[in-house]
Design a protein around this ligand. Sequence first.
Ligand SMILES: O=C(O)CCC(=O)C(=O)O
Ligand SMILES: [Fe+2]
Length: 343
Amino acid sequence: MSVLEAPSQEQWDLEAHRIRIPSNAGPNQFASTSTSSSSASSDAKQGGFFYIPNFITEDEERFLSESILSAPKPKWKMLQNRRLQEWGGQIHAKNNTLMPQAMPDFLRTYPDLVTRLRNTHAFDAAQHGEPNHCLVNEYLAGQGIMPHEDGPAYFPAVATISLGSHTLLDLYRYVDEDLQKDFDERMKEHDQKTTQQSSVGTNEDAEENGSTKSPIVPKERVEGNVRIVRGARAREPSPVFSILQEPRSLLITTGDVYKSYLHGIAERKVDTPAHLAHVVNAELLSDPRLRAAVEEAKKNVGSDSQDAEGLERDTRLSLTFRDVEKVSKGVAAMMAFLQGGKR
Ligand SMILES: O=C(O)CCC(=O)C(=O)O
Ligand SMILES: [Fe+2]
């Protein structure tokens, strides 16, 4: 038992687990929150990506998977290409406030992940000093999540524990501010022109594309090295780097980088050497097989070597812990909190 309890007492030095971002992969000058794009400074408080392999034991991994998979069926929210559970309460989208529920024993008692995460100090500056909310995502091989930024309800720190399979988290950059302004202006001009011309029934884009269909700019399109999504900030179409997450590992994303990149998981069953070549945390990996595959892929970049095999993905559960800063203290919330532990 003492062996099982030991990790939760540990105080972590996050700086020793920092992922070094290549200098040409820094965020574009866009995020207003960004203090600097240089990654030279090495102060964990400044934020960044931090990777800790074997943050939980194999026994804990098994126990967590069993607990999650044995949750009552209604606990699963079915999405188009994955399913998820929400623990710690529900967030009201209108006011970004958590209607709290007690964390279940398998996150708070054995294993006591909440305390263990508190001891990483990633949440020191957050309202509660530790996470109060956990989303569990299940991805079958071939499933993923679109590039996105996490919502505004959270303190800017995410702690992700992976179970069952490795995956690659892909990081994308937004385009820089001038380019975005240019897109916005062109989009506006186009819309105005389209409105004026709609009664006449012609438009340039349709002619350019050899199509006479819709006069409306598509919701999403790629132009050169940029993916433009109507009504959203434009991003680069390919990831600027990827982070390999091993089963049982912890990935912490905190500070500026939380806002200056988008993150996603590609919908594929195999990570080929071409994908693995973009992994930036090779030297922090603990599984010799995974590490060798990444190192080999990086060595062979551009060499056209076809020998190396990819890494097959299996079903993966991810636990993403965050601190929702605003928590409802109403009577209903108190009742929910008291009943939350009982399933
Ligand atoms: O499963 C993961 O590792 C990422 C999940 C994620 O990005 C999210 O839930 O917002
Ligand atoms: Fe996310």
